[in-house]
Ligand binder design. Structure first.
Ligand code: C2O
Length: 573
């Protein structure tokens, strides 16, 4: 009897313990990392460059967390440039101080200084990434941020056997900071890159690159998850795998209604999670990416980067032979039809709550421009066509970053003179945006203007591409938010007829929309995150030229609807 009851007690405490264990497992974790930004010799394309890296790694470290976890990343700047790190796509609820864009939410971390980014990732699952947000440093300073479901939760799709992040990048056989400085000095376009990369490696089709080509292993019959990120600076990319279809299951850390495709198209900033099944003859197949170049007469890097999908049971190539894996067929560089078919295939997995009563109905034109040089100007600094300098704008304002305060600090401390709140809700004049735009409309006005939003306001933005100077596809990214993409189309947005195209049932939730060339897109979000949030084209050359604006979202009522106080180590200018 006695023995029986002690067994019962034992069983009981075992039960309690396992409950506790289960609970402990579901408790969010805090992950601490040190990011040392430093100059590192990196050999690519037969030459060595002193690249700026994090912890000597290129690409930088992959961070893996669970939904609900907190990241504490101490960034120590041992490089000779100012730096900041942006956590691309992280909502940063109330923690705008940790968002990272230089002079927007913080002043840069000076050489020799450090700053600790602290934030919690809540309600987002899938693939995001982090990158430098200062000049063109993100060319080499970037890495994946993988958000797994909460412990105990599963994916809304078949559990993959393996998971592989594939970061697509762009490599210059030069110092990218010199490339952007030269472009800024001359006013012309920057030099195009010399290679694209997959996880930092150009792959077999480039000189001196085949030994390091990235291998993605698979076993026959497995279904694996590939997390594809476009971390290139200035180029939209097509992505394909020979003989294998891909099932898209997520994008920008939101799940999507699965669909199958042969080709992905990602604008810089965008991520796409795909499942692939190893159902082909055991062998080696190329994974390849190359440009989707939507603009006419704009030079671009037309090379192709590859990695190899390798079946573990693939027969070894006989000694002395060099049988190349099969190359996938990639769309033509200007294949807008394929890009559009892909971008418009996204749906949320189920019915979502799209804001319907709109408080702020905004119309933003986005595109390039040119500044005419004054007659006395040095010709060397006016090297865009016809003695001009390239520029870019939103609603005819070419965005200029402040240099003495960050916008968020200035807002928080009430410092006058750093920005104005008159960013226009619509362009100053209406014109045929995608037609043959009169030369008198080519020159925007520089300014540091924000658009104020009341906490909780429901916002719609019609983003309208222009064909000023050249029309092209622009990956438009909003910090601090995910937005629903209701519709997109070509030509000028027509409020009378195009509203009928709105998907108010299951539109995709994203942080970057690929704005069609000579076209428009309509997005909606609720301004529930106070702070200053940059919206910009994710082609770095266009940010450099001013294709950006910022929303200033006011605090709501009480602490939970207000921005947290700034961290004590926030860098000051
Ligand atoms: Cu991924 Cu403002 O950037």
């Amino acid at each position: 009897m006695e023995a029986m009851s002690s067994i019962a007690t034992l069983l009981h405490s075992f039960f309690l313990l396992s409950c506790l264990f289960f609970l402990a497992n579901a408790i969010p974790k805090t992950h601490h990392h040190d990011f040392v930004v430093q100059s590192t010799p990196v050999k690519r394309l037969c030459n060595t460059q002193n690249a700026i890296t994090v912890n000597g790694q290129y690409p930088g470290p992959t961070l893996e967390i669970n939904n609900g976890d907190t990241l504490v990343v101490k960034v120590i700047n041992r490089a000779r440039y100012n730096v900041t790190i942006h956590w691309h796509g992280v909502r940063q609820m109330r923690t705008a101080w940790a968002d990272g864009p230089e002079f927007v939410t913080q002043c840069p971390i000076r050489p020799g200084e450090s700053y600790t980014y602290r934030f919690t990732v809540q309600g987002q699952e899938g693939t995001l990434w982090w990158h430098a947000h200062s000049s063109w440093l993100r060319a080499t300073v970037y890495g994946a941020l993988i958000i797994h479901p909460r412990e105990g939760d599963s994916y809304p799709f078949q559990k993959p056997k393996r998971e592989t992040p594939l970061l697509l990048g762009e490599w210059w056989d030069a110092n990218p900071i010199d490339v952007v400085r030269e472009a800024t000095r001359t006013g012309g376009g920057p030099n195009i890159s010399d290679a694209y990369t997959i996880n930092g490696q150009p792959g077999d089709l480039y000189n001196c690159s085949s030994k390091e080509t990235v291998i993605v292993p698979v076993d026959s019959g497995e279904t694996n998850l590939l997390r594809v990120v476009n971390s290139a600076l200035n180029q939209q990319l097509f992505f394909s795998i020979a003989n294998h279809k891909m099932t898209v299951v997520g994008a920008d850390a939101s799940y999507v209604k699965p669909f199958t495709t042969n080709t992905l198209m990602l604008g810089p900033g965008q991520t796409t999670d795909v499942l692939i099944t190893a159902d082909q003859t055991p062998s080696r197949y190329y994974i390849a990416a190359r440009a989707y170049a939507s603009a006419q007469n704009v030079p671009f890097d037309n090379t192709t980067t590859t990695a190899i999908l390798e079946y573990k049971s693939a027969p070894c190539p006989a000694k002395g032979t060099s049988i190349r894996p099969v190359l996938p067929s990639l769309p033509a560089f200007n294949d807008t039809a394929t890009a559009t078919k892909f971008s418009t295939s996204f749906r949320s997995p189920r019915k979502v709550e799209v804001p319907t009563t709109i408080d702020e109905s905004l119309f933003f034109t986005v595109g390039l421009g040119v500044n005419t040089c004054p007659s006395g100007a040095n010709a060397n600094t006016c090297q865009a066509p016809n003695r001009t300098r390239f520029t870019a704008s939103m609603n005819n304002v070419s965005f200029v970053l402040p240099s003495n305060f960050s916008l968020l600090q200035a807002h928080h401390q009430g410092v006058p003179g750093v920005f104005t709140t008159d960013f226009p809700a619509a362009p100053p004049v209406k014109f045929d945006y995608t037609g043959n735009v009169s030369r008198s409309l080519w020159q925007p006005i520089p300014g540091t203007k924000v658009y104020k939003l009341k906490y909780g306001s429901k916002v719609q933005v019609v983003i309208q591409g222009t064909s000023i100077s050249t029309a092209e596809n622009h990956p438009i990214h909003l910090h601090g938010y995910d937005f629903y993409i209701l519709a997109e189309g070509f030509g000028n947005y027509n409020p009378k007829t195009d509203t009928s195209k709105f998907n108010l049932v299951d539109p995709p939730l994203r942080n970057t929309v690929s704005l069609p060339v000579k076209g428009w897109a309509v997005i909606r979000f609720v301004a529930d995150n106070p702070g200053v949030w940059l919206m910009h084209c994710h082609l770095d050359v266009h940010i450099t030229w001013g294709l950006a604006m910022a929303f200033l979202v006011e605090n709501g009522v009480g602490e939970l609807e207000s921005l947290e106080p700034p961290p004590a180590d926030l860098p000051v200018c």
